[in-house]
Design a protein around this ligand. Structure first.
Ligand SMILES: Nc1ncnc2c1ncn2[C@@H]1O[C@H](COP(=O)(O)OP(=O)(O)OP(=O)(O)O)[C@@H](O)[C@H]1O
Ligand SMILES: [Mg+2]
Length: 280
């Protein structure tokens, strides 16, 4: 791992009104690499992402340390966060249709996002947007600029979101199930674009997913979460050698091409999984 961009120690998050924390004792650091966070629905993956961006008004966040470059995320004021969020760190969500404003042309939205953070004339912002739409391999950026969100496909919408996020050249990108609404070929294109960004721009990428095969192929390291805790952290290439019984159960429950056609095993849970992490 390169020098950490992000360093999290012992993060816990409890939503207001909840008896149990949604996330507890989570620690990891991130360099200029691709880190996958996997785990079943409700295991706390998105909560970790939102806590890093401090997008959790209705929750109590505690940690021993939460450092993003020179910013202490635990103690930064909202005013400081406004300068960081969307500029130095960004999040890509699952479905672009919910993230784009339906009544504003796609290009104008991206331009507006740019001008929120960077002083630029309308013409400069437009030129920058066209450049970024090109960078995410949109073939006819002048035309796409003029389209409304309902006129673009899911894959194109996701690329527009990536272009929007890239405009300010962030150091950290959190992608929360960025491809789960896309079909397989478009998914590969979007992953390739993200991959290039990590290599060319030196971005640290957190890829949240419940798809083990995706993180195995796409990420450098993987964190496995269960019931709000990290149960295991390992190199993606070692995923098949995961030790924790939950990780092993997840792997066994994956269908494989050429594998047996019998029913897949069902994950049997165990209370001892609530114990802290196995590190390898
Ligand atoms: N705004 C909220 N208020 C109260 N509880 C919440 C809120 N958001 C999430 N939770 C709870 O926190 C826990 C973790 O949720 P989270 O969305 O982080 O899981 P996830 O791993 O991202 O799941 P998924 O794969 O379904 O997206 C769940 O029990 C969920 O019900
Ligand atoms: Mg989620």
């Amino acid at each position: 791992m390169t020098d950490p961009i992000l360093d999290i120690e012992n993060l816990s998050v409890r939503y207001r009104g909840a008896t149990e924390p949604a996330v507890r004792g989570v620690s990891f650091s991130l360099g200029r690499e691709r880190l996958g966070i996997v785990g079943e629905s409700g295991s706390g993956k998105s909560t970790v992402g939102r806590a890093i961006l401090r997008l959790l008004d209705s929750a109590e966040i505690t940690a021993d340390r939460m450092q993003f470059e020179d910013v202490d995320l635990l103690n930064a004021s909202e005013r400081q966060m406004l300068k960081v969020r969307g500029r130095r760190m960004s999040m890509i969500l699952q479905d672009p249709k919910f993230s784009l404003n339906p009544i504003q042309r796609c290009g104008d939205q991206v331009a507006e996002a740019f001008r929120t953070h960077v002083r630029a004339s309308k013409a400069e912002a437009r030129a920058k947007v066209i450049e970024m739409l090109n960078a995410v391999q949109i073939r006819d950026p002048e035309r796409v600029y003029q389209l409304y969100p309902h006129e673009v496909s899911g894959g194109m919408g996701q690329r527009i979101m990536i272009a929007m996020m890239l405009l300010t050249d962030p150091d950290l990108v959190i992608a929360d199930e960025p491809t789960s609404a896309l079909d397989v070929t478009v998914r590969l294109q979007v992953l390739n674009i993200l991959d290039r960004l990590v290599h060319e721009h030196g971005i640290g990428l957190i890829m949240i997913s419940h798809d083990l095969n995706l993180v195995r192929n796409f990420c450098d390291r993987v964190i496995i979460m269960y019931a709000g805790r990290v149960v295991e952290t390992l190199a993606a290439s070692d995923l098949d050698n995961a030790q924790h019984p939950y990780s092993r159960g997840l792997l066994a429950a994956q269908p494989r091409i050429g594998g047996s056609r019998g029913p897949l095993p069902v994950l049997e849970r165990d209370d001892s999984w609530m114990q802290p992490e196995v590190r390898s």
